[in-house]
Ligand binder design. Structure first.
Ligand code: NAD
Length: 433
């Protein structure tokens, strides 16, 4: 099968590599010349575990190619997958569909033979209809169907999720399109439930799922706040709740609030879509507001621990929005740091993968440490803001004397509280007394 993917980012690249590994001929297209040049030179452009190895293997097999030309990519494709960004519109905060529409218009010129245009970007209900209309107007003779094919992969587990999806959802309007999607996902036959629904349902499933997960995180964070006051321990509470199969044990880790390139923008887009249809999605709105306030609250908790220290130095472990990725978009760590910067404190930060991306945002405003050890040197407090597992096994006994004051704010509940206290740290975490 010949597959063209427009948009070679956190979704497009792992998907392209995955489909190529199933022996499809895949061409990944992007407007970003630097990105395509790097990929053509065998340099991977984002961090995901195992991605680089499979990338090199699929390139070597001759099944994966890259181009900046929509024409070159689309003209022979059986399926064109849209994986461009749908960021919040700077003014309205709705999903900004300019990249989707621009790609639809451009690809329309080069469709040849029957083609499925499958949308993997997260888009509001009705976008499939709009894309269909754009293609039809641009190229009235084109033989095509538009399918909604939402993506559910998690950053940090992109390859794992590509090969082991919980479900495959496709919104198809014709049997012909449905058959092509079945062919595309044939390697998953018998392994993964495939659900064919209308385009509108498919578009809604993606937003409703992300909003639900975001609410679950916000819920456990509120319960953590309650535990802090009531004397309960959130780790025990989460464990006890998670044993109930109706609740499930995922997304019950209390922390500094959710972030990333999806939950914040998708909850906002869903809430605004509700307003547009006259439906008040109040739970989602409350989640957005509570989550926004939580980041500022986290920064204030750090500041309160150093309030009596002159010109405090704050060390930060973790910048990515979660472990396993170099993505800092809407990262809680980045937002907490921004809040701290506004209070004129000195910050030294370290992350295993996300420092280049964070540097693009903060420039000289913060110091970037070469090692976790450097974060401790001369700091008055160290805040753990991303749950990289390697932070758990740092040599805290050796690092403690390097600090000016021995304080740790562990907002990922990553470290062992008793161990930290034994080492003499003033230690706080989320959701316990
Ligand atoms: N990142 C995730 O974990 C994730 C998971 C599920 C769904 N999604 C959704 O998938 C979509 C893509 O997300 P992402 O994180 O991969 O975005 P991204 O920003 O990493 O990548 C998007 C790419 O599209 C390119 N692009 C934009 N317009 C283009 C055009 N007209 N022609 C060619 N290339 C173009 C950009 O240069 C960029 O490289 C979004 O709608 C997002 O909500 C993301």
């Amino acid at each position: 099968m010949k597959i063209a993917i427009i948009g070679t980012g956190y979704v497009g690249l792992p998907s392209g590599i995955g489909f190529a590994s199933f022996d499809n001929d895949v061409i990944c297209i992007d407007k970003d010349e630097a990105k395509i040049n790097a990929l053509k030179a065998n340099q991977i452009t984002l961090y995901e575990e195992g991605l680089e190895e499979l990338f090199l293997k699929t390139v070597q097999s001759g099944k994966l190619h890259f181009t900046t030309s929509v024409k070159e990519g689309v003209q022979n494709a059986d399926i064109v997958i849209l994986a461009v960004g749908t960021p919040p519109h700077p003014k309205t905060k709705e999903a900004d569909l300019q990249y989707i529409y621009a790609a639809a218009e451009e690809l329309a010129h080069y469709l040849s033979g029957y083609t499925v245009v499958a949308n993997k970007s997260t888009v509001p209900v009705g976008t499939g209809n709009a894309v269909e209309q754009i293609i039809r107007q641009t190229n009235p003779n084109a033989d095509f169907d538009v399918v909604s094919l939402p993506e559910f992969l998690r950053e940090g587990y992109a390859l794992h999720d590509f090969f082991n999806p919980d479900r495959i959802i496709a919104g198809c309007n014709t049997e012909r399109a449905e058959n092509l999607i079945k062919e595309l996902y044939a390697p998953f036959n018998g392994k993964t439930q495939m659900l064919f629904v209308t385009r509108q349902s498919s578009e809604t499933i993606k937003y409703a799922s992300n909003a639900f997960l975001a609410m679950k995180i916000h819920y456990i964070n509120e319960i953590a706040d309650f535990c802090e006051k009531s004397g309960a321990n959130i780790d025990e509470v989460s464990k006890g709740m998670g044993l109930d199969k109706r609740i499930g044990d995922k997304f019950l880790n209390a922390g500094p609030g959710f972030g990333g390139s999806c939950f914040p923008k998708d909850t906002m887009a869903m809430a605004l879509m509700g307003d547009k249809y006259g439906v008040n999605l109040s739970l989602i709105k409350q989640t957005i507001e509570g989550n926004r306030a939580r980041k500022a609250d986290m920064a204030e908790r750090i500041l309160s621990m150093v309030q009596n220290i002159q010109a405090p130095v704050i060390g930060v472990l973790g910048l990515a929005f979660k472990n396993g990725t170099d993505d800092v978009r809407e990262s809680p760590a980045m937002e907490i740091i921004s809040h701290l910067i506004s209070k004129n404190v000195r910050i030294k930060a370290f992350d295993y993968q996300a420092m280049p991306n964070a540097q693009k945002v903060f420039g000289q405003q913060i110091e970037f440490a070469k090692t976790p050890e450097d974060v401790f040197k001369g700091s008055d407090i160290v805040a753990v803001l991303t749950e990289w597992p390697a932070f758990k096994t740092l040599d805290f006994a050796r690092f403690a004397p390097l600090m000016k004051h021995q304080k740790i704010a562990d907002f990922r509940n990553l470290l062992n509280a008793a161990d930290m206290k034994k080492l003499g740290f003033e230690y706080i975490r989320i959701g316990s007394f």
